[in-house]
Design a protein around this ligand. Structure first.
Ligand SMILES: [Zn+2]
Ligand SMILES: [Zn+2]
Ligand SMILES: [Zn+2]
Length: 318
C-alpha cells in the first residue's frame, strides 16, 4: 500500500507526517478508543497510526503494535502534567534535557537559574507541596549553613555519598560531613578536637513577617545573625531581624535550655504558638514560631535565664 505524497495538514508530535493510504480495521479503532484515543489515520509507514487524545485533543504518532498490545500514553498530556508540576513549585519547564536523558527536563527556577532535574522528582515535590531550588542556590545555602558553624564549604564529599559535602574548619582541617549535621552544628572537628557541645552558643529571638503576620522565632545557634539570614526563603518579604540574644557557655547547655523554654511556653502560653501552615512556605523551620505579641513574655523568660533561672528544673517540677 502506498505512501501518499501528501502530509497531514497539522504537525504530529512536532513534525509533518506523510499520509499512509490503507484500511483502518475496526479492531484497531476499538483498541484506540479503549485506551483513550481516536484513530485518526495512518502515517509514515504501514506500521504507524495517528491517534487523537481524548483528554487533550492533540494528535500523536504511535506504532499499531503499541495501540493493540500495550498502553499508549499521550506525550502531550505528559508534557502538560510536567509543566503544571513545575508551576506548582514556582519553576518553569523550558525544554528537554540538554544532556539527552529522557527522564530529565530543563527547568527555570524561582531564583532565575536554570537546571536539569528528573521529571518524577519535580512531580513528587509538587505533589508534596515542597519548595524546589536549583543546585546553585542549594550549594549557596549549604555554604551559609556551614559559615554559621565556623566551617567553610569546600565542595563535594571526598569519600561519602550525595548527602555529604567536604568542609574546612577554621583550624584548617577538612572533613566530610552530612549536610544535615552541618546545618544543626552537630559535628566534631577531627583536626583540632573542638566539639559542638563544648562550643559557646547563643539563645536568640528573631523577628519575621510571614506575609501580614508578625512572628518571632526562639532558638539557639552559635551565630544568631547567620541563622536569621539562613532561615528565610525571601528576606525582602520576611524582613528578618535579631531582637535579642543571650550568651550561653556551651552548645550543649543552649540546646537543653532552649528545649525547656519551648515546653514551658507550650504549657503556659499555648496561645502564642503559630501553626506551621502559616509560616512553612516562608521560613525554613518546622516549629518554634510564636506570635509577635508574645515577645515581652519570652523576653522575660530570657531575663530569668540570664539571672540564673534554669527552665529545666521548673519543667521537671511542673
Ligand atoms: Zn493528551
Ligand atoms: Zn538558583
Ligand atoms: Zn578544627
Amino acid at each position: 500500500m502506498p505512501l501518499s505524497k501528501f502530509t497531514f495538514p497539522f504537525p504530529i508530535d512536532g513534525s509533518f507526517q506523510q499520509v499512509f493510504k490503507g484500511p483502518r480495521p475496526e479492531h484497531w479503532k476499538h483498541a484506540a478508543t479503549q485506551k483513550g484515543f481516536e484513530l485518526i489515520g495512518r502515517a509514515k509507514d504501514r506500521l504507524h497510526v495517528v491517534l487523537g487524545c481524548h483528554s487533550c485533543g492533540v494528535a500523536t504518532l504511535k506504532r499499531v503494535s503499541v495501540v493493540l498490545g500495550h498502553n499508549p500514553e499521550c506525550p502531550h498530556c505528559i508534557q502538560a502534567r510536567r509543566a503544571a508540576a513545575a508551576r506548582a513549585i514556582a519553576a518553569e519547564l523550558i525544554g528537554a534535557d540538554p544532556e539527552g536523558n529522557r527522564h530529565y527536563g530543563l527547568f527555570r527556577f524561582g531564583c532565575g537559574h536554570t537546571d536539569r532535574r528528573q521529571y518524577h522528582r519535580v512531580e513528587a515535590a509538587a505533589a508534596g507541596g515542597h519548595q524546589a531550588s536549583c543546585s546553585e542556590c542549594i550549594e549557596e545555602r549549604y555554604a551559609e549553613e556551614a559559615q554559621c558553624q565556623d566551617w567553610e564549604l569546600v565542595g563535594p564529599a571526598r569519600r561519602k555519598g550525595p548527602n555529604y559535602r567536604n568542609y574546612q574548619h577554621t583550624c584548617g582541617h577538612c572533613q566530610d560531613v552530612a549536610v544535615v549535621n552541618m546545618r544543626h552544628g552537630d559535628l566534631d572537628c577531627a583536626g583540632c578536637g573542638e566539639t559542638w557541645a563544648s562550643k559557646p552558643s547563643e539563645i536568640y529571638i528573631l523577628a519575621f513577617t510571614v506575609p501580614n503576620l508578625p512572628v518571632i522565632k526562639l532558638g539557639y545557634s552559635s551565630n544568631s545573625t547567620f541563622r536569621m539570614r539562613q532561615v528565610q526563603y525571601d528576606p525582602d518579604q520576611t524582613r528578618g531581624s535579631l531582637l535579642r540574644k543571650i550568651d550561653v557557655e556551651t552548645g550543649h547547655r543552649a540546646i537543653c535550655v532552649e528545649k525547656a523554654l519551648h515546653s514551658h511556653i507550650r504549657r503556659n502560653r499555648p496561645d502564642l504558638i503559630v501553626p506551621p501552615e502559616l509560616f512553612r512556605d516562608h521560613i525554613r523551620t518546622t516549629s518554634e514560631i510564636y506570635h509577635r505579641h508574645g515577645k515581652p513574655y519570652i523576653e522575660a523568660l530570657l531575663d530569668a535565664v540570664q539571672s540564673g533561672w534554669d527552665p529545666r528544673v521548673q519543667s521537671a517540677a511542673a
